[in-house]
Design a protein around this ligand. Structure first.
Ligand code: ZN
Length: 425
């Protein structure tokens, strides 16, 4: 969305969006923290003040674990081992304008990614001390996606002002656990019990309107060596040497993945996030492991990627010494379809504001697949950029917040006034 475009969002409303986003950033609602509860309480109070019906709903894993979209987070181990015993809540909010207009659901995850490298932020602790500098609001979650949540609140406020002209219902779901597999959204949709015509997921899409998302599919590769006196160890007897070559093969395979879907060429498909092995610096490592995550566009299946990888490993190392590809972590698919009329309306709105609405593929996994599983057509569109997410100096432009709020006010206003048909038969 263009930065120079003037919007109909008042200065006061925009200040309030920035304040809301800053407040949420300062609470740092990361998994397992007290900040998550505080952020929920804050949003609950804000929605109450707007006159919305609001309900905090605890997530009970036993009620949702039979669903194919359920993610067994405890399998991550470490701090997630007691996942099921950890108190997690969503906030469900509803504004009923009356009449038979559409039911539109805005979904925003308030959990944020962990800060893995706090010292790499330019200003110390600015990941949880929101900082406004040069029209950019810095902080963890500013782009992904506390900024969008702040815009949702502003739009709810705008629509309540216009309520006498509107018909239909607006649902606002503020969920947790998106960054760790999506059980928050799964819980909200399991208890929904009503027809939703269209959903908007406010993930940062950098001005694009997306109706497809990528998968999240993990696996590991186990490499083998032979321990012996280091002065007699041949290079191919060290599992770490095999791991290092395997790493290079996966990098090349990532290039192949990009070629298979040229429209997504700019985005990586494979990430080796962990390499481990060996226990004694003076002995060739007997084993080594690479933990890999694939984020594949719907056009490319993991089985195709793994078949190619297996053939390449065997070609390089021979059948006897071939590293083994084994199950690891979690896997879930991408999403393949969305609400086309809503996507078209949002794209037209972005173009009118001087932006370019980009590719329909969201270059990451997200909760869209859960909406698809429940037969709710969704669109992924939100302010900010994934390019800035999960890393140091994450920020969102104040202009992006203004543009997005303006786009939502306009599009949802038209839908609730009956000028834009989003209802499903
Ligand atoms: Zn996100």
């Amino acid at each position: 969305m263009s930065s120079s475009t003037a919007t109909n969002v008042t200065e006061g409303a925009l200040r309030s969006v920035v304040d809301t986003a800053s407040t949420l950033i300062a609470m740092h609602p990361v998994y397992g923290s007290t900040g998550q509860g505080r952020a929920l309480a804050y949003l609950e109070q804000r929605m109450h003040a707007l006159g919305a019906r609001t309900r905090r709903a605890r997530i009970f894993d036993e009620e949702i674990e039979a669903h194919p979209c359920y993610c067994h987070v405890e399998n991550f181990g470490g701090q997630f081992s007691n996942y099921r015993e950890t108190l997690r809540e969503n906030l469900l909010s509803e504004i009923d304008f009356g009449g038979d207009g559409p039911t539109i659901l805005c979904n925003g995850h308030l959990d944020v990614e962990f800060v893995l490298a706090p010292t790499q932020w330019t200003v110390a602790e600015s990941w949880r001390r929101p900082r406004l500098d040069g029209g950019k609001l810095y902080g963890r979650g500013s782009s992904d996606m506390l900024g969008a949540i702040a815009c949702f609140l502003a739009t709810a406020e705008y629509l309540i002002h216009e309520a006498s002209k509107l018909s239909g219902r607006l649902l606002l779901h503020f969920v947790v656990d998106e960054e760790i597999g999506g059980n928050g959204t799964l819980a909200t949709l399991t208890t929904l019990g009503e027809k939703v015509d269209a959903a908007i997921i406010g993930e940062p899409t950098d001005g694009a309107v997306c109706t497809r998302s990528r998968s999240f599919e993990q696996f590991k590769i186990v490499c083998h060596g032979r321990p012996r006196h280091m002065c007699f160890g041949a290079n191919d007897e060290n599992a770490l040497a095999q791991a290092s070559e395997t790493y290079q093969l996966i990098e090349a395979l990532d290039g192949w993945c990009r070629e298979q879907v040229p429209s997504d060429h700019a985005f990586r498909s494979l990430c080796v996030g962990v390499v481990s092995g060996g226990s004694d610096a003076a002995v060739p490592a007997p084993t080594a492991e690479l933990l890999v995550t694939a984020a594949l566009p719907p056009e490319l299946s993991l089985s195709r990627v793994l078949a190619r990888l297996a053939a390449q490993l065997e070609h390089r190392f021979g059948r006897d010494r071939c590293p083994q590809v084994e199950p690891y972590g979690i896997r879930f698919p991408g999403s393949t379809m969305g609400h086309e009329p809503l996507a078209a309306a949002l794209r037209a709105g972005i173009e009118r504001r001087g932006g370019h609405s980009g590719s329909a593929n969201f270059p990451s996994a997200c909760d869209a697949r859960i909406f698809e599983a429940f037969g709710i057509p969704a669109v992924i569109c939100g302010p900010g950029s994934l390019q800035r997410a999960h890393g140091p100096d994450e920020y969102i432009g104040v202009d992006e917040l203004a543009s997005y709020t303006d786009l939502l006010n306009d599009t949802l206003g038209r839908a609730f006034r009956g000028e834009l048909e989003l209802r499903r038969p």
